[in-house]
Design a protein around this ligand. Structure first.
Ligand code: AMP
Length: 473
């Protein structure tokens, strides 16, 4: 399966705080929405790096008794997204390796579009890979670099890799955070009690009470230097700006689906941005209805904006059980359906005989919309009008969101009318690219819209075909 190289993740780190591990653990909790497949923390204890990681949610991997046994003043955490591909403990991050430079831990969010090619080259030169993750090429490139300092070695690795990386590296001496020249994935810097905190999203900073300093710039590398253990000094930072020539390509899908509503990216709040999308959608696809509802949780902000603009009551038509971790998935279809029912239940007395506007943030394969329209109808809804707060998702993402191959994308081969029919809705309206650019593109300069428009900012020609990936990894 190719799933393992298409992933969205969350990264979090603390440098120079006596409770670094505990803070990192809370930070990962706040970033759990970015990945539920595996979680891990690497930390410095007694001058050495250690790592603990496992499959599942942060709460599965780190029971409290485990966290209290992990003491250190630097910690680096990672949550990995569950994809359709095989999930393996070897691919859980942070990756911790030992090389001639000493210990090196890495947590990476994004996809390296030339990882397969680099890996092939490195393997020919004698490198032995331990994982099937694209991220592993980075420690190999760092190990091979002749640069004296780690910062220089990492930068020479960055010259070779293409694609998306918002990453954090940890050594026994300090921490380095970096973003690729396009800045596909968010990554921000904060401060807490004189210590530095790095997080995929600002909600991670909020969770530990850190003050937001700024978003790391595309192409920028930030190094946090720690005093030697026992030395009474504060950590310091130095930053190295990246090449300025390339245009930022922040993933627009972070605003549509991925990021948490309480996060801000470049000062733009995700909830407020989604509400704006919902408002414009209401103007674009007006409909007479009794209530507006969203698919919990990612669509609720857009749905509330739609309802406000349309002047139709915003209702809770579906109740989501928030206490479900990893559900046991039965191979038997009837039981599998039961497992889904535990997660989402329609409010029958509210929906009966009602004309419903169902707002969702996206249609990727169309599975969710089809399922939920059916659920609302079986609960008695008279009409179901689906409104999507993004344009038709037509092109696969190569920079870190799991959208699999083009063949699986509903809008790649179907018209809006065909999708409407397939999901069983009474009407269906999407936003279009122009709307999205007007709403978000004026607030932040430089988005990647490739999943909607197909214009990939970093070439993907080197991307191997699905069957080639099986041989490579
Ligand atoms: P689909 O069911 O394949 O059409 O996916 C669309 C639904 O899944 C929407 O309800 C989205 O909120 C959600 N969604 C969109 N992108 C992703 C993603 N990369 N991973 C998981 N869920 C997603």
């Amino acid at each position: 399966m190719s799933g393992e190289i298409r992933e969205e993740c969350g990264v979090f780190a603390v440098a120079g705080h006596p409770r670094a591990v505990e803070l990192c653990y809370y930070g990962l909790y706040a970033l759990q929405h970015r990945g539920q497949e595996s979680a891990g923390i690497a930390w410095r204890q007694g001058g050495r790096l250690r790592v603990h990681k496992g499959m599942g949610l942060v709460s599965d991997v780190f029971p409290p008794e485990r966290v209290v046994s992990m003491n250190g003043d630097m910690a680096l955490g990672h949550v990995r997204y569950s994809t359709t591909g095989e999930s393996r403990i070897e691919n859980a991050q942070p990756l911790l390796v030992k090389m001639w430079r000493g210990q090196f831990a890495l947590a990476h969010n994004g996809n390296l579009t030339n990882a397969a090619l680099l890996r092939r080259e490195l393997e020919r030169e004698g490198s032995i890979f331990q994982t099937t993750s694209d991220s592993e090429v980075i420690p190999h490139l760092v190990a091979k670099s002749g640069e004296k300092e780690l910062l220089g070695a990492l930068q020479s690795a960055f010259e070779k890799v293409c694609g998306a990386y918002s990453l954090i590296a940890l050594t026994p001496h300090g921490l380095i955070a970096a973003k690729d020249p396009r800045g596909f994935r968010p990554l921000c810097l904060g401060e807490l009690d004189g210590a530095y905190v790095v997080s995929s999203e600002t909600c991670g900073l909020d969770a530990v009470g850190a003050e937001f300093i700024r978003e790391i710039d595309p192409g920028e590398t930030v190094e946090v230097l720690l005093p030697r253990e026992g030395e009474d000094a504060r950590p310091s930072i130095r930053t190295v700006a990246g090449p300025k020539s390339e245009r930022q390509a922040l993933c627009v899908f972070e605003f549509i689906y991925f990021a948490r509503p309480d996060s801000d990216i470049y000062g733009l709040n995700v909830h407020r941005a989604r509400k704006r999308l919902g408002r414009v959608l209401a103007k674009k696809g007006p409909v007479e209805a009794d209530l507006v509802m969203g698919v919990p949780d990612s669509s609720l902000s857009a749905a509330s904006g739609f309802a406000e603009e349309a002047g139709i009551p915003f209702e809770t038509g579906l109740v989501k059980n928030r206490y479900i971790g990893r559900t046991f998935i039965s191979p038997e279809q009837s039981l599998r359906e039961l497992a889904v029912k535990i997660k989402l239940n329609p409010l029958r007395s509210l929906l009966k005989d009602k004309r419903v506007v169902l707002v969702d943030d996206s249609i990727v394969r169309g599975t969710t919309s089809r399922y939920i329209v059916g659920l609302l109808r079986s609960a008695g809804a008279k009409e179901v009008h689906v409104r999507i707060s993004s344009p038709p998702y037509k092109y696969p993402c190569y920079y870190g969101i799991d959208t699999s191959s083009k063949g699986e994308l509903a809008a790649a081969s179907q018209t809006v009318e065909e999708i409407r029919e397939a999901i069983g809705a009474d009407s269906l309206v999407f936003l279009d690219m122009g709307d999205l650019q007007d709403i978000l593109g004026t607030a932040i300069d430089g988005f990647c819209y490739s999943c909607f428009a197909g214009d990939y900012p970093v070439p993907v020609e080197g991307w191997p075909k699905e069957d080639e990936l099986n041989d490579l990894f």
